[in-house]
Design a protein around this ligand. Structure first.
Ligand SMILES: *[C@@H]1O[C@H](CO)[C@@H](O)[C@H](O)[C@H]1NC(C)=O
Ligand SMILES: *[C@@H]1O[C@H](CO)[C@@H](O)[C@H](O)[C@H]1NC(C)=O
Ligand SMILES: *[C@@H]1O[C@H](CO)[C@@H](O)[C@H](O)[C@H]1NC(C)=O
Length: 339
């Protein structure tokens, strides 16, 4: 009897493992097929590409390359956000249209810019949802009217297009907030200690730096050449095997003059879908290396919350929703406690 149950269990296990492996195979095959199709399409497209004068590279269309330069339009804008003001810090939060909850959480935690002792401006950067409808757009426009902190352009908001969002941020600062001193780009699943960033990294009492770009610096990496990776970068898009040093995407900060410099240089070079590595390529083209950050201040990984420790960091990754709200309440409540 026992033997029979065991062998039955064994059979079920074998069945499950096989089903799982089959599922993986189907998934992988499908992805491979998709990428092969992309490559075929791009080979066709490339034949019709005409080189354009005064661009370093010819204008280039590859399905894995974000379409750029392209005159994307601002669908939702905050053109007067910085009018007659000189914000010390602009916080650009990266997220998608549908991330309403995370925007509320951020507005009610570290993104409540009224609590800081220097002028801080915050905007949420979004593109178009993959399935865009009039309704979702109306909801977003209403939110923008209520909070006045949403900036949207008309590119499709996908992983491969993330670089377009950062470039939209650079364009926004260049055109609508050139009076700012510093800009922080941050993902919507981060803890951000704005006070520490202001007073212990950027220093409002010192002259504003120029050519400054810092965060968690990534060195000695290169593009993923295997098609099985989500972040696969084909040779035709980026031929070199290494990336110049860059700051890890979830949170980096720079002097506002860099926004225009990066926006300008991005018009002339081939844009790649790795947003942070692309910033590194821009810095390389500009011959402005990233600045080493103070130690342990920017954290691209999750660190265990402890109010004393968090008082001395600028960023920590993977905090959102209720966890971020609870952390923030504790963080504020213990602000004047000794450590
Ligand atoms: C921001 O902080 C102020 C002052 O503490 C508070 O009155 C306001 O309700 C907060 N705003 C949000 C959106 O939580
Ligand atoms: C990127 O955005 C453009 C413009 O909206 C769109 O045509 C393209 O399909 C998007 N690319 C990817 C890979 O999502
Ligand atoms: C890529 O490699 C070429 C040839 O070695 C070099 O001239 C160029 O500066 C490199 N570009 C980057 C972004 O590293």
């Amino acid at each position: 009897m026992k033997g029979r149950i065991c062998s039955l269990k064994f059979l079920v296990l074998v069945f499950l493992v096989q089903t799982f492996m089959f599922g993986c195979l189907v998934f992988y095959e499908r992805k491979l097929k998709m990428i092969n199709k992309w490559n075929e399409d791009s080979a066709k497209l490339q034949k019709t590409n005409k080189p354009v004068n005064n661009l370093t590279y010819p204008v280039f269309k590859h399905p894995l390359a974000p379409p750029y330069p392209f005159p994307y339009k601002f669908l939702i804008n905050q053109p007067d956000k910085c009018k007659n003001r000189k914000p010390f810090l602009v916080i650009m939060v990266i997220g998608q249209c549908q991330d309403l909850e995370s925007r509320h959480t951020i507005r009610e935690t570290w993104g409540n810019v009224s609590i800081y002792d220097v002028e801080v401006v915050m905007v949420f950067l979004v593109g178009l949802p993959r399935i865009a409808s009039e309704r979702t757009q109306n909801v977003l426009e209403e939110e923008s009217e209520t909070f006045g902190d949403i900036v949207q352009q008309d590119f499709m908001d996908t992983y491969y297009n993330l670089t377009l969002k950062t470039l939209m941020g650079m364009e926004w600062v260049t055109k609508f907030c050139p009076s700012a001193s510093y800009v922080m780009k941050i993902d919507n699943d981060m803890f951000l200690n704005v006070d520490y960033l202001i007073h212990n990294v950027l220093y409002p009492d010192l002259p504003v730096r120029t050519n400054y770009f810092t965060g968690v610096i990534v060195k000695n990496t290169g593009p993923m050449r295997s098609k099985a990776y989500k972040w696969y970068i084909p040779n035709e898009i980026y031929p070199n095997n290494t990336y110049p040093p860059y700051c890890s995407g979830p949170g980096y900060v720079f002097s506002a003059d860099m926004a225009k410099k990066i926006y300008d240089v991005a018009q002339e070079i081939r844009v790649i879908s790795m947003e942070d590595a692309f910033m590194g390529i821009c810095l390389y083209e500009l011959q402005i290396p990233p600045t080493e950050p103070p130690r342990n201040v920017f954290n691209g990984h999750k660190i265990q919350y402890n109010h004393c420790k968090f008082r001395k960091v600028a960023t920590a990754h993977h905090y959102h929703g209720q966890e971020l709200r609870r952390l923030w309440a504790d963080f504020l409540a213990k602000k004047s406690q000794k450590c």
